[in-house]
Design a protein around this ligand. Structure first.
Ligand code: 5GP
Length: 109
């Protein structure tokens, strides 16, 4: 079964898309924890870091490149945090590897 993020990539469910290329898509998080809270999602559907096969590690480079692009182009995103919740007990809720891109003021729950 497709992950919710794969459905967003396939335009089967809506999301606010910030950027996209062949390797990754960037969407606004539906429940933002910071003034700027994006999710950088590899198009390759991989559950978590443990599930990456040797050839899958090429997903990492486009994620960092996209973070660099966002920091250069999004006002207020020059300084940012990247966060991965990897595994259920670390807070992962969507089991399609993704990186949170957070910038600006953190927002309370
Ligand atoms: P995790 O806890 O797995 O690292 O983060 C999943 C993130 O995805 C959460 O911050 C949550 O708000 C976000 N999220 C979950 N479902 C959707 C959705 O359907 N659309 C968008 N844009 N974000 C989602």
């Amino acid at each position: 079964m497709k992950s919710i993020f794969s459905k967003i990539i396939a335009r089967e469910i809506p999301a606010k898309i910030i950027a996209e290329n062949d390797e990754v898509i960037v969407i606004e998080d539906i429940a933002p924890k910071a003034a700027i809270h994006y999710l950088i999602i590899p198009k390759l559907e991989v559950r978590d870091i443990q599930s990456l096969a040797a050839q899958d590690f090429q997903v990492v480079e486009p994620i960092f490149k996209m973070a660099q692009q966002l920091s250069r182009t999004v006002p207020g995103a020059e300084h940012f945090r990247l966060l991965i919740n990897n595994g259920e007990r670390a807070g992962q809720r969507v089991f399609h590897l993704h990186v949170h891109f957070l910038a600006g003021q953190l927002l309370g729950d």
